[in-house]
Write a protein that binds this ligand. Sequence first.
Ligand code: AMP
Length: 278
Amino acid sequence: MQLITTIAAMRTARAALTTVGFVPTMGYLHEGHLSLVRRAAAESAAVAVSIFVNPTQFGPREDFARYPRNLERDLALLGDAGVDLVFVPAVEEIYPPGFGSYVTLPAADELLEGAARPGHFRGVATVVCKLLNIVQPTRAYFGQKDAQQVAVVQQMVRDLNMPTTIVVVPTVREPDGLAMSSRNSYLSPEQRAIAPLVYQALLAVQARYQTGECDAALLRAAARTLLECTPAMSIEYVSVADPLSLRELETVGAEGALVSLAVRLGGVRLIDNLFLGR
Ligand code: AMP
C-alpha cells in the first residue's frame, strides 16, 4: 500500500494503473467505509482511498476541529483490506492560497441536509470534484447513509460530464440498527443507548407504509411520534420525499419514497434514511 500526500504523486501513481475504484472518506474508518472498499476491490484492478477532513463542508459552528481522527489505525485497516493507494493530502494541498472555484448545486441547498447545513453541499461537491479530477477513478463509491450526498454527486457527475461511474453501497448498521458513523464516537453511553431509536423511527414509517398507508404526512407522523417520546432527542427534520428530486411528497406513489431524518442527541447530530417501495 502506497501512502501519498501530494497531488503530483497521486497522478503519477494513478497513471501506472488500469481500472481504479476510489473511496473518498474523512477517515476514522468503520465497517461502513470498509464495505465501500471491499466493493471497490471486487470491481476494479486497484483501489484508492482518500482520507481528508474537508474544511469547506463544515459550517462555522460545526465540528471540523474536533472531528475524530486516527490516521495510524485507518492505515492499518486499509492495509489489511488490500488497498493500493491511500491519498492523505494536507488542507493546503487541496486549498492552496488563491483557491477560488467552487461547485454549487443551488437546488440541493434548499432541501434536507442542504437546508439544515448552509454551504455543506458546496463544500462536498467541490472536494469530490477535485478528488475525482486528481484520482481519475473508473468508479467512485459512496454510501447510501448519506442519501442526499449521493444525489448531489450523481447530479454533478452528470451535469459536468465527468467520466467516473458512481456506485452506491447500502448502509452498514450496528447490530442494534444504528447506522455506523465516525460521529457515533461522540455519543456518551447514555446517548448511545437511545441512538438506535433513529432507525426504529424509520422502521415505524416502513411498517405503516406496508399496512397500505400512502399519506406522506401520516408516514412522517409515525416517525415523529416515536422520536418525540424521547426528550433527549430533538428532531431537525423527518422527510418523506420523491427518491429522485428529494422534494417532499403528499402521497407515496409508484416511484416509492426516500424517508430520511436528522436528530440531535445532545451536541451530536445523527442522520439516517431508508427507501419505501424498493
Ligand atoms: P465519511 O468519512 O463520513 O465522509 O464517509 C465516507 C463514505 O462512506 C461516504 O460515501 C459515506 O456515505 C460512506 N459511509 C459512511 N457511513 C456509512 C455506513 N454506515 N454504511 C455505508 N456507507 C457509509
